[in-house]
Design a protein around this ligand. Sequence first.
Ligand SMILES: Cc1cc2nc3c(=O)[nH]c(=O)nc-3n(C[C@H](O)[C@H](O)[C@H](O)COP(=O)(O)OP(=O)(O)OC[C@H]3O[C@@H](n4cnc5c(N)ncnc54)[C@H](O)[C@@H]3O)c2cc1C
Length: 175
Amino acid sequence: MLISRPGNDFNEIGINDIPVIPTSFYMSTLGGYAATGAYGFGALKNGALWDNLIEVEIYTPKGFYTVTGKNILSTTLAAGTTGIITKIKMRLVNRKYKKINIVKKTFNSLSKALDDAFNILNSTEFLSIRNYGMAKEIDPEYSWDKWNIIYGVYDENGQSYATKDIITSFAGSSQ
Ligand SMILES: Cc1cc2nc3c(=O)[nH]c(=O)nc-3n(C[C@H](O)[C@H](O)[C@H](O)COP(=O)(O)OP(=O)(O)OC[C@H]3O[C@@H](n4cnc5c(N)ncnc54)[C@H](O)[C@@H]3O)c2cc1C
């Protein structure tokens, strides 16, 4: 479990054990993410950010409140309109020392790509569906088709990638 103050940023505490990591991790705070964000790397397995929050402390004109359970939803995505998030408790996952295999698949239609994506959804850590141009940005040398799926599965024989590198390349956007 992580107990964080709002000004803590992802770079300061490290992202490996955070269940849902936004592609903005390199420039955002945990308080700001809780106030505006929801999904990111890890969401396929771990759900939205609010599914992983155990407790949120907010400061309002009437004082400090600590919310749990469904009441947490009144603090997330509210962008500070219901109070300033001053502390979060979040469950953590353990990604350390795990290797990830990056798999690339190509399709000549979006419907075929989507069918395949739905079949593998439950066994992947991340999944990215990209058209030709977007896929080319990831790997200019690869023989991409009109539609492409890039996904990652944990595997003993996989390649070692830092989580941050996967997020800023295969799974999300570049910095
Ligand atoms: C390039 C980029 C990629 C992104 N990727 C993702 C993604 O993958 N997934 C996702 O869910 N979101 C994503 N986002 C949106 C994401 O929620 C925010 O970028 C980021 O997490 C907000 O953190 P911040 O510290 O930068 O907040 P800021 O931008 O500083 O603030 C955002 C809002 O939240 C309020 N706020 C800030 N801190 C607090 C606090 N402690 N309590 C209450 N309100 C507060 C601010 O007043 C403001 O209204 C992305 C944004 C960008 C620009």
